[in-house]
Design a binder for this molecule. Structure first.
Ligand SMILES: *Cc1c(COP(=O)(O)O)cnc(C)c1O
Length: 452
């Protein structure tokens, strides 16, 4: 029997993060101040963000950035994560493709989010912060952050998207177990939340509303910083431990991926896996394909517009260059809560615009169908978000079969779905539907969000 799991020793955990911005032919556009329209400097971000994260956000020079020793110590609790050859899935699909997945679900919090949560909590602590606040969609980021806050001795306040607060009560319990305070967003506890609820009392919440509330709390609370779980460059940076490990593990397998696939919310797990491989495409012209799988109900990469937009609903954040559906976009209540975000980060926006990567949209029912096939062939129940990567992988593996080509496909299993079983129950009961967004819907929210 050939090797199934490729395991790296602790000594092979990366000691630096990879900052692709330093090597991109066209740099991402800078964040700009909405009032002055001037590019932001790191200092402009200090009131809200940890200072080191703000500097990393705007770092266009250093291709590699050292991981602090205490963060590495925490990484050793669960890294390196396994790279697995999905023989079971290959057999189920009867495909000549070789399918590998990087298993980021195997840490106690169950998703890749911990990689950045630990880094951000560490910097907050080092800078004298006592409290951190954030948003969470399905709750994976909130769970990771709550643990990271506890690990570094900080208090955490998490605004959880209301629909997920109701759909995924156990993630709330997980956050509370680590000592975090969890509030359903929109809430009456902030000005932004009150405004949203006054205008729309049944608002189900979105990452955009939760970000507004958390940013407002950080701005109004001494020694409190805001941390974000996706989208921003420094978050993508922290996730690059995933791809750097995968490079070494693919070498152990004696293969190199033709296609690298990840699901896409704001871009952190996609960037984490893809960017270290993208480096070889940029520097050496390697012909690897990169595919981001996004939900058809929130199709910013495939149907959004490349434009400056706010990262949140209230418009508290700087203007960020994105592929966006408009910050007022209200995504349908799909179970992949982590993918319900209106925009992409700046790095991905530029890479997509420059043709270094592609995107596909996946219907909710197709995502669960692929997830169930994966579960039955590999024994791991994937997060509803990760099901989008699996669906894109299945589609590529079937294309390879049709063409009779033995492609090497690598995808990221960004998390497990053991706290999302209510979603699987609804899928099996036939209660889930697809949600499509029309070009007219998008044109309307773009207009409504002030994007021509
Ligand atoms: C948050 C999350 C995502 C989506 O966020 P990205 O920043 O795009 O990676 C995907 N999968 C899981 C399991 C998540 O928790």
């Amino acid at each position: 029997m050939s090797t199934k799991r490729f395991i790296l020793p602790e000594s092979e955990i990366p000691t630096q993060w990879y900052n692709i911005v330093a090597e991109m032919p066209n740099k991402p556009l800078p964040p700009i101040n909405p009032a002055t329209k001037e590019p932001l400097k790191a200092e402009d971000l200090y009131p809200v963000f940890c200072e080191e994260c703000a500097r990393q956000e705007l770092n266009t020079k250093d291709a590699f950035i050292d991981i602090p020793e205490p963060v590495l110590e925490q990484y050793k609790n669960y890294r390196a994560t396994p790279l697995v050859r999905a023989y079971g899935l290959e057999k189920a699909l009867d495909t000549p493709a070789h399918i590998y997945f990087k298993n980021e679900s195997v840490n106690p919090l169950g998703s890749h989010k911990l990689n950045s949560a630990l880094a951000q909590a560490y910097y907050a602590k080092m800078e004298g912060t006592t409290n951190i606040t954030t948003e969470t969609g399905a709750g994976q980021w909130g769970a990771a952050l709550s643990y990271a806050a506890k690990a570094f001795g900080l208090e955490a306040a998490v605004y959880m998207v209301k629909i997920s607060f109701e759909q995924k009560p156990y993630r709330r319990s997980i956050m509370q177990t680590f000592g975090a305070q969890v509030t359903a967003s929109p809430s009456m506890s902030t000005k932004a939340g009150r405004k949203i609820l006054t205008e729309n009392p049944t608002h189900q919440g979105s990452l955009g509303t939760a970000i507004s509330e958390a940013v407002e709390l950080a701005l109004n609370t001494p020694h409190c910083k805001y941390v974000l779980g996706s989208v921003l460059n420094h978050v993508c940076l922290h996730q690059t431990v995933i791809g750097q490990e995968a490079e070494k593990q693919m070498a152990m397998a004696g293969e190199y991926p033709d296609t690298v696939i990840a699901c896409f919310g704001g871009g952190s797990n996609f960037c984490g896996l893809a960017l270290p491989f993208m480096r070889h495409k940029i520097l050496e012209g390697r012909n690897t394909r990169f595919i981001a799988g996004e939900p058809a109900s929130c199709p910013k990469l495939t149907k959004g517009k490349f434009a400056y937009d706010f990262g949140d609903e209230a418009g508290y954040t700087p203007l960020l260059p994105m592929f966006t559906l408009g910050h007022n976009f209200k995504p349908a209540n799909i179970h992949a809560g982590g993918l319900r975000y209106h925009g992409s980060g700046a790095i991905v926006a530029q890479l997509l615009k420059d043709g270094y990567m592609e995107a596909v949209d996946v219907e909710q029912l197709d995502s669960f169908k692929a997830g169930v096939l994966f579960a039955r062939s590999e024994g791991i129940i994937p997060a509803p978000e990760s099901c989008h990567a699996i669906a894109a992988t299945v589609a590529e593996a079937l294309k390879a079969k049709e063409a009779g080509e033995s492609k090497v496909i690598l995808f990221n299993l960004s998390g497990h779905g053991l706290v999302d079983m209510a979603a699987y129950d609804q899928y099996f009961a036939g209660d889930l539907v697809n949600h499509d967004v029309t070009a007219d819907d998008i044109a309307a929210t773009l207009r409504d969000s002030g994007i021509a």
